[in-house]
Design a protein around this ligand. Structure first.
Ligand SMILES: [Zn+2]
Ligand SMILES: [Zn+2]
Length: 134
């Protein structure tokens, strides 16, 4: 379980399934290492980071066309975007994501058109890939 009071820049609610229909009691906990590494990345970046997708229930994952084997289903993935005043956009965001994520221990990283998908799935090989997820 995560001690959310030790997470500096994010609240638990930001990682909840976005469908609004599945009971929170049925969600697995978010992966502790993933959240703490994301928190460290956010801390170094010094800019606001928005979680666009955290945990997904199977119905929501299917509804948005997620991979049936998605790490979002187990709380082992998070999608993030940087946006808003004083933030860093576009190509620079992607380069920063690479520069910060891999040394922070995020060894599975998708560079999607509008977000970065960060995974902590130790049972899978490390990979950085350019994807098409929305
Ligand atoms: Zn849901
Ligand atoms: Zn994702």
């Amino acid at each position: 379980m995560i001690t959310w009071s030790a997470v500096r820049h994010f609240a638990e609610a930001e990682f909840c399934c976005a469908c609004g229909a599945c009971p929170e009691s049925t969600h697995p906990p978010m992966d502790q290492d993933l959240v703490h590494r994301l928190d460290d990345i956010r801390h170094v970046l010094g800019a606001r980071v928005r979680v666009t997708s955290g945990y997904r229930c199977p119905a929501h994952n299917a509804a948005i066309g997620g991979d049936p084997d998605s790490a979002h289903l187990t709380g082992q993935a998070v999608d993030i975007a940087w946006e808003g005043p004083g933030t860093i956009g576009g190509r620079r965001r992607m380069l920063l994501g690479l520069a910060l994520s891999v040394p922070s221990g995020i060894d599975r990283l998708e560079i999607a058109p509008r977000h970065l998908h960060l995974e902590h799935r130790p049972e899978r090989p490390a990979a950085v890939w350019v994807g098409t997820s929305r």
